[in-house]
Ligand binder design. Structure first.
Ligand SMILES: Cc1ncc(COP(=O)(O)O)c(C=O)c1O
Length: 437
């Protein structure tokens, strides 16, 4: 297939520079489709990295953007406020049933994580009765972004090993993996044995916080785990006055069926981080939601207790107005769409497994996520397993956009994807995988 190489001047990310990977030129998009520079229509099966949850250029988001453009494009948020930021903050807090008290904006998931880490550290600095803390508890399969701080609290892996000298100290624990529980437990017999070491550690030493992606470790393997883990972490965090930080950059805004994963798990973090789905895939935006008891430690006339963090485009009105429209859509139709999508994905597990047999394993669905592993195992880093790239390239011939994580293949379509498009994705996956050895 001929693909238009329109990337002469742009350094395309996550791309090995001297490699024969075709770079696809995209010029248009609508609903779950993107159109390449030769006029071919493709299905965006992972919602452009999980962002455009209602499809590309949803008319409600486009309308919100136009309306906002006619009123206010941007004003710095330091010392100012505008209706778009206030409306979005209120609607986000409502979505959490006011489990949180304030919304702090940024412009992507990594920055929203940086803000969570800095707020958490400063909380201890500001607190009159607590001594400063500086170390975080993290998990091996987690991914929290590519900026230095976010990388630091992510699992140590192929992506960040080069920068290991820049790390501030963290204590990493193996990610809970309920499908292959090292203790051989199932949900009914599980006593969160996977947290035993963490429990010992957190009771011995003061940590700033526990940072975790609730219920699903996304970019580092699409690993699902039981909500009991989060309930136990909550208990340990409360006991030791450690802050619990949930990174819902991926799971938030309905991806798992509830507005946020923490609601599905019936436990609450102290800080909640979101981005991706909040943007509707249109304008970059991140948000860090903070509990009242944390915010209280920043209420002071003392400038040294203020939180000095801002990005130039923080709280951009265009981004906030699209975010607000995205939240409204989620409430109006989003939850119902994810429910239908989940049923449709569940119904596809059995026939998919029947057709592909031992070629695939651990087929799983949660909300709007369908994931499985291709059988081929290699010793080196899973992400570098070449099978992922081979599958991605072959799927291009069916005009389906996928980004497997090594041998972990997943689809995370917009909630609004049609059954016809899902049929096409599954047919292409089956044909591709049946051809493989
Ligand atoms: C759970 C999680 N946190 C943080 C990030 C970083 O977000 P961004 O790419 O917007 O910086 C990602 C990105 O994939 C993510 O999946």
């Amino acid at each position: 297939m001929k693909v238009n190489p329109i990337h002469t001047y742009t350094w395309v990310p996550l791309t090995i520079q001297e490699e024969e990977e075709s770079i696809l030129g995209i010029v248009k998009a609508e609903a779950e489709f993107v159109t390449d520079s030769e006029g071919n229509r493709w299905i965006d099966a992972i919602a452009s990295w999980w962002t455009m949850i209602f499809g590309h250029r949803h008319p409600r988001l486009v309308a919100a953007l136009y309306k906002q453009m006619e009123e206010l494009d941007h004003v710095m948020l330091a010392g100012h406020i505008h209706p778009a930021a206030e409306s979005l903050s209120k609607s986000l807090l409502e979505l959490t049933n006011f489990d949180f008290h304030k919304v702090f904006y940024s412009d992507n998931g990594s920055n929203a994580i940086e803000i969570a880490l800095k707020l958490a550290i400063q909380y201890y600095q500001n607190h009159p009765d607590l001594s400063p803390r500086s170390e975080f508890l993290v998990f091996s399969n987690s991914y929290h972004g590519d900026s230095i701080g976010a990388m630091n609290v992510s699992g140590k892996n192929y992506f960040n090993r080069i920068f290991s000298d820049l790390r501030f100290p963290t204590k990493e624990f193996p990610a809970p993996n309920c499908k292959h529980c090292p203790w051989g437990k199932v949900a009914s017999s599980c006593s969160t044995e996977c947290l035993n070491d963490l429990e010992l550690e957190i009771k011995q030493k003061n940590y700033v916080g526990i940072v975790i992606e609730p219920l699903v470790f996304g970019a580092n393997g699409m690993l699902f785990y039981d909500q009991k883990v989060l309930v136990k972490l909550r208990e340990l965090a409360t006991l030791t006055h450690t802050l619990l930080i949930f990174d819902e950059v991926f799971t938030g805004m309905g991806r798992l069926g509830t507005a946020f994963a923490y609601q599905k798990a019936e436990t609450k973090p102290d800080i909640l981080v979101m981005a991706k789905g909040l943007t509707g895939g249109m304008i970059p935006l991140g948000a860090t939601l903070v509990s009242e008891f944390i915010y209280k430690q920043f209420i002071s006339k003392d400038p040294y207790r203020a939180f000095f963090h801002a990005h130039t485009m923080t709280g951009n009105p265009l981004a906030c107005s699209v975010g607000y429209a995205s939240v409204q859509l989620l409430k109006e139709v989003g939850f119902e769409l994810v429910k239908q999508l989940e049923v449709s994905l569940q119904n596809r597990i059995e026939p998919f497994q029947r057709k592909l047999g031992k070629r695939i394993e651990n087929v799983r669905v949660m909300g709007g996520i369908f994931a499985f592993e291709y059988q081929e195992k290699i010793a080196e880093d899973e992400y570098l397993n070449p099978v992922g790239k081979r599958i991605r390239e072959r799927m291009k011939e069916f005009r389906i956009l996928l980004r497997p994580l090594g041998r972990t293949i997943y689809i995370t379509p917009p909630y609004s994807i049609s059954e016809t498009s899902l049929d096409q994705i599954f047919l292409a996956l089956e044909q591709t995988l049946l051809e493989f050895p």
